[in-house]
Design a protein around this ligand. Sequence first.
Ligand code: PLP
Length: 479
Amino acid sequence: MDHVEFRVKAKEMVDYIADYLEGVGARRVYPAVQPGYLHALLPRAAPAQPEPWDRIMRDVDDVIMPGLVHWQSPHMHAYFPALTSYPSIMGDFLSSALNVLCFTWASSPAGTELETIAMNWLGKILGLPECFLNEQNDSLGGGVIQTTASEATLVSLLAARTRTLTELSQLNPEEQSAALLAHLVCYCSDQAHSSVEKAGLIGLVRMRYIESDENQSMRGEKLEEAIISDKAKGLVPFWVCATLGTTGSVAFDNLREVAVVCQKYGAWLHIDAAYAGSAFVCPEFRHWMDGMEMADSFAFNPSKWLMVSFDCTAMWVKDSTALHRTFNVNPIYLRHENSGKAIDYMHWQIPLSRRFRALKLWFVLRNYGVSGLQQHIRKGVKLAKEFQALVESDVRFEVPQNSNLSLVVFRLKGDNALTERLLRRLNARGHMHAVPACFKDTYVIRFTVTSQRTTSQDILVDWEEIKLVASEILVETFG
Ligand code: PLP
């Protein structure tokens, strides 16, 4: 494709994208395909000769689109949102064209500095304590864009591990790091996301799961009991992950209680707010952040609810030297004469290369403004409340577990099997899509209001679909 063809075809692509997003609500949200469907439709090898662009796009329509889950659909209620928006798409478009790598300041000064600035802006929008911002040359704290919340959690765990191993090896100079590692222990709630468990597996440290209370919240007392018991066994508690907005029910750990315990025992406190962090753009939801100033790192995904296309995980640390110590390698080909005068983000992450993701974040922050972002979050929360009211108005259903923000969990009263059948059939029909969760053996459907295009009318349409399928299942079961 040359410049001339690109000018034509890229403009057509813009129309294709706008048509898609405008009409996505009319598509079947969950595809009717089986594993292997695409293998049967595409050749087994790449074409030997160039193919015309229009033929490629025809295949997008004919074979790719029918196999997609349409995450931007107003009828997509599964998982958590993964929203995009026009300013974000334009940011990704431009970033792909520039294709600069922002691993050091020298490799892309604007890419690096825009990331620092956009992360400061976002941190201020969320009301983060100043210690997480990077506004002065000597600031220790700052924000970085990671690929995923899983990666942010791992980065945080590895940094805390390095910090503790360094301290331990100063106290026990004769011990090998591997021997010291065997003493480390870290903690999260039994409601924490599986990515926390994975970070522990990769970090080769033992993980304790603290039993959450009746609101699915980790409390300081239970955490402290576990820490005291582990210390008595000669273990070294070094890292705690608190969740703000659990995956199952958007529950919040009691951050202040947990933070006080972490400070008392010198453990690094990481906060995983992958989904719920977006809500902190609204002051009325910031009570869940109480205690934030005591945390060491905090991450959430603007790529979930804040309409910045995947990938974009915003992570802030209070003291980036812990990251430097963990990830610092310094080969001659990466050194530059301004080393040390600006951030080199390669020292804040696992890979070397990194995309210019700050561009799409900056576009979204500017094009929506704080008020636009707040409006979007509040609308999602309001629609979830409307859905919950509909569920509660029907005696056949129940909401067995409190949830927060834009998530509602509900089920048919009676055996789990009824709700399981309801969800299976809803997804098979494909007009709406949701996934399950389980609370102490109670099977529920998680209904998240995802798209910014979802309206009250869409919620009513989905509710009618749910009621229709529920009626079928109840008649089939009980006659
Ligand atoms: N943490 C929580 C609380 C989540 O809900 C999720 C995913 O939904 C994750 C972490 C993992 O996010 P990511 O896919 O960005 O790694």
